[in-house]
Design a binder for this molecule. Structure first.
Ligand SMILES: *[C@@H]1O[C@H](CO)[C@@H](O)[C@H](O)[C@H]1NC(C)=O
Ligand SMILES: *[C@@H]1O[C@H](CO)[C@@H](O)[C@H](O)[C@H]1NC(C)=O
Ligand SMILES: *[C@@H]1O[C@H](CO)[C@@H](O)[C@H](O)[C@H]1NC(C)=O
Length: 447
């Protein structure tokens, strides 16, 4: 298992043939004023539950509010086990509403104005996968690596659903329903608008459209505002979109063998005026003062921290990756760190534990992550001294670290969005996990 650093770096996919031209175009919107960015994130995240909520609408009943938490721990499958959901067992089928293009792909025509801060045109390419990371391609075969934008999951999800083996064209007998509404993209260009009628126009039309469909009206008990039971987060997309389980396993093996000279790393910048992100100042301070931490600091303008290759390079050479809240509690970086086999360190329970119960093992969160309460990183309030992150991480026994890393790397498939053109890839990706959870829920409700 011990790999010489030299051989690792020479086999590293990102050390050669660096071509920055594409990457330089990727300036995420966090270069812009904080409040507006926070709003954008809220809006974009809300889309994810809109998507899923719509999925769920046909299958909820108010009597089904007992214990909904699926025990994902028992469900984290090894990649060799093929999934029941991709074989559509038990009559599972999902219908995609055949909606006017204005609700989804029609919005992309104006991609340069879709987002107030960023030209989204390069990002909406390739069904939302974005621009290929050409230097990650080992051969001339279709690429599986893309500079995927963090707020584009709704497009990728849609593209996956269009090719999903359980898709049915029969709404009368369908068991699950998917509403392909790009609510996040719609909102990201309009949320500034002082004219609220204009801002909400498309969403209002969506509600009218759905109500006009008989299968929407079939079940009347709906409660999308029950946040705990009826709304579920789905992962941010990362950069890897494999076609096959072989590609997935090859990458997992590479991350298992990656040498990790840095105990921990932090990729991020400070946030002014965002209370939940105050911990970032302390993380940046501790990381820059520690000889065991690799700090990739995000500043204004394009920087290495917006380059997917640089991000993966830092994370794949670190044992632990600090995941501080920013404008929102959740963070795309968490999913990047899993992709790089780096054990995430959380400072708020909302970064993952309370958000993604379908995707991360329930119960013992210390199996795959480290939790350091942000209060112990502040002086005062009973704390005599600020806890040292380095000391905390060094306390974890080596064997335990290796066990955690194995768990993280085993989580990789279920947090990945497979290439939408792949149909039979032999593992459960994030879309399959979501469908499976919804299907299990439906069986419980027994409609
Ligand atoms: C998927 O396949 C179709 C048909 O071959 C092609 O037009 C499309 O570009 C492919 N999508 C991606 C994301 O590569
Ligand atoms: C607000 O937008 C609506 C719909 O686009 C439009 O009909 C209305 O005139 C606008 N109101 C104002 C005050 O601009
Ligand atoms: C003080 O510490 C407690 C316990 O750690 C925490 O719940 C509380 O929010 C802290 N108060 C402040 C002002 O940081």
């Amino acid at each position: 298992m011990v790999v010489k650093k030299q051989s690792l770096s020479s086999s590293s996919p990102w050390t050669e043939k660096r071509k920055y031209s594409k990457i330089k175009e990727i300036h995420y919107s966090f270069l812009k004023p904080q409040l507006r960015y926070a709003l954008l994130i809220c809006v974009s995240l809300s889309v994810w539950f809109v998507i899923l909520r719509c999925f769920l609408l046909s299958s909820f009943s108010s009597s089904a509010n007992s214990n909904k938490k699926l025990n994902v721990a028992e469900k984290v499958k090894t990649i060799s086990e093929s999934s029941a959901i991709s074989r559509c067992e038990g009559g599972m089928s999902v219908y995609l509403y055949d909606m006017p293009a204005e609700f989804n792909k029609g919005l992309l025509k104006d991609c340069s104005h879709l987002n107030t801060y960023t030209d989204m045109c390069p990002h909406v390419a390739n069904s939302g996968l974005g621009q290929p990371l050409s230097y990650m391609v080992a051969s001339a075969v279709a690429t599986t690596w893309f500079a995927t934008h963090q707020f584009i999951a709704e497009m990728i999800f849609h593209a996956r659903m269009e090719n999903h083996p359980c898709r049915t064209f029969d709404p009368i007998n369908a068991k699950l329903f998917y509403v392909p509404f790009y609510g996040g993209l719609d909102a990201s260009g309009k949320f500034h608008s002082a004219n609220l009628t204009e801002r909400d126009e498309l969403a209002v039309r969506l509600a009218d459209y759905l109500r006009s469909k008989p299968w929407w009206e079939r079940h009347h008990e709906r409660n999308p505002w029950d946040l705990v039971h009826n709304q579920h987060g789905i992962p941010y997309p990362s950069y890897f979109h494999p076609y096959t389980s072989h590609q997935m396993m090859t990458w997992q093996n590479r991350m298992r063998q990656s040498s990790r000279p840095h105990l921990f790393s932090f990729i991020g910048g400070p946030r002014k005026g965002v209370e939940k992100a105050a911990v970032r100042d302390e993380l940046i301070k501790q990381c820059s003062e520690s000889g065991r931490c690799n700090l990739l600091r995000c500043g204004k303008g394009p920087s290495k921290c917006h380059d997917p290759i640089e991000v993966l390079k830092v994370m794949s050479r670190s044992q632990f990756c600090l995941q501080a809240p920013g404008d929102s509690f959740t963070r795309r970086s968490t999913f990047d760190s899993v992709l790089a086999g780096c054990i995430p360190v959380f400072f708020s329970p909302h970064t993952v534990y309370t958000q993604y119960e379908w995707f991360f093992p329930a119960g013992d969160v210390s199996a795959y992550s480290v939790y350091i309460d942000e209060n112990v990183l502040k002086m005062g309030n009973g704390t005599e001294r600020v806890v040292s992150i380095e000391e905390e991480l060094l306390k974890i026994e080596r064997e335990k670290v290796e066990r955690m890393r194995r768990t993280v790397i085993n989580l990789m498939p279920r947090l990945t969005y497979a290439h939408p053109n792949a149909t039979d890839f032999g593992f459960q990706d994030a879309v399959d996990v979501a469908l499976e959870a919804l299907w299990a829920k439906r069986l419980k409700v027994n409609i």
